[in-house]
Design a protein around this ligand. Structure first.
Ligand code: SF4
Length: 391
């Protein structure tokens, strides 16, 4: 079975995940009740390449952070393989895990809890330098800490080195967290929603900083976000996750401008983007291909991961769902140029009337927010009639 690792580059991956699976056992509430597990990640594959950013996009609870934590070895995979520079990673603790962490570092979402409030910036940066053997004297340590602070634009470094986290703004704390990750001299950086808790005004600064570091240090970067616009701005490749399953991926422009999976289209519909095809120019003329209407039906909630829907987990929300969708997970279909999708609507053998009519006869949903369509919501009985006709 092929993996979802295609990109347009030929560079060898630094870090690869192949068919990762993670389930978390739940504590029994009743003594004789059957054991239950949370199916957090199913069959996730990705490849991170030097000097490139890969965005992992999805709603809260879709399994993005679990994938990052599996890659950082904060969690042990239930099944699947992680390969660093083509070698299978088996480290569970001790020296081997420390050696792996030296190469693969993580930046956490919350800069307010990821730094210890009782320690100074100097302490936070000196620890990884000492643990990974990069500083051999106090003078060398000071020189390296100063250089780290300058690399993350905390200058003059002398002003920040003795400060405590509470004396820094959110953006400055996140820069210290990034400097701490860089102190290990990693080749892979896993950034878990690094800007989502920052003020809008400083998000772009931190994204630009990560982008510069990626290029200057040839870092392979995993950028976790629920915001497709920042994925498009920041990452060369975008992967879309839904309820623990990867559903679409490829070059960011391709995935966002020509999204195929109904879930990606749902995300895009909820994130207006003036550059996307189908929007209008200043004279009000349409720029071309129109984004399909928000394709949802039934529940608008993420399904329970304790008892997830069978087959394609999006089928309870998908207006194009077919009987086969609830029975098996769709195979990957290559769409060309590194763009792929896991959906029965695509692929030569999977062409259906629904697939052919996908963009010309979108189904309507009562959940379609009027603010996105610019129309007053239609009565449910009318929506039912339109959908009956389109089926
Ligand atoms: Fe919808 Fe079926 Fe495609 Fe899943 S596989 S997105 S349910 S059409």
């Amino acid at each position: 079975m092929s993996t979802n690792t295609a990109t347009s580059t030929t560079a060898e991956p630094v870090l690869e995940a192949v068919h990762l699976r993670k389930v978390f056992p739940l504590h029994k509430v009743k003594p004789f009740s059957p054991p239950q597990v949370v199916h957090a990640v199913e069959d996730a594959s990705l490849a991170l390449r030097p000097g490139r950013a890969t965005a992992l996009v999805g709603e809260s609870g879709s399994g993005k952070t679990t994938v990052a934590r599996l890659l950082a070895r904060l969690y042990t995979p239930t099944a699947g393989t992680i390969r660093y520079r083509e070698e299978t990673v088996k480290a569970r603790g001790g020296t081997a895990l420390r050696a792996y962490r030296r190469h693969v570092q993580m930046v956490f979402q919350d800069p307010f809890s990821s730094l210890n409030p009782t320690h100074t910036v100097r302490h936070h940066l000196s620890r990884p330098l000492r643990i990974h053997g990069h500083a051999h004297s106090a003078a060398e340590e000071t020189r390296l800490i100063t250089s780290l602070l300058e690399r993350v634009n905390l200058t003059p470094a002398e002003q920040f080195i003795h400060k405590f986290p509470h004396q820094l703004s959110g953006g400055q704390r996140q820069r210290v967290a990034i400097a701490r990750a860089l102190a290990a001299k990693p080749s892979v950086l896993l950034a878990d929603e690094p800007v989502s808790m920052l003020d809008v005004s400083i998000r772009l600064d931190v994204l630009n900083l990560l982008s510069r570091l990626k290029e200057e240090e040839d870092l392979a970067l995993l950028f976790i976000t629920h915001d497709l616009a920042s994925a498009r701005y920041f990452a060369e490749e975008t992967l879309v996750m839904y309820a623990g399953q990867m559903v679409e991926g490829g070059p960011s422009e391709e995935v966002i401008q020509r999204s195929k999976h109904p879930y990606t289209q749902l995300l895009l519909s909820a994130a207006p983007d003036p550059d996307r095809f189908g929007s209008s120019d200043q004279q009000g003329n349409s720029k071309g291909w129109l984004q399909p209407a928000l394709p949802t039906s039934g529940s608008v909630e993420l399904p329970s991961l304790i008892n997830p829907p069978g087959g394609c987990r999006f089928h309870p929300r998908c207006p194009h769902a077919m009987p086969v969708c609830s029975q098996q997970f769709p195979p990957r279909t290559e769409l060309g140029g590194g763009h792929w999708v896991n959906c029965f609507l695509y692929g030569a053998e999977n062409k259906t009337d629904q697939a052919r009519g996908l963009f010309t006869r979108p189904l309507w949903s009562p959940a379609l927010p009027s603010v996105l369509t610019g129309c007053r919501p239609l009565p449910i009985r009318i929506i039912r009639r339109i959908n009956e006709h389109n089926r």
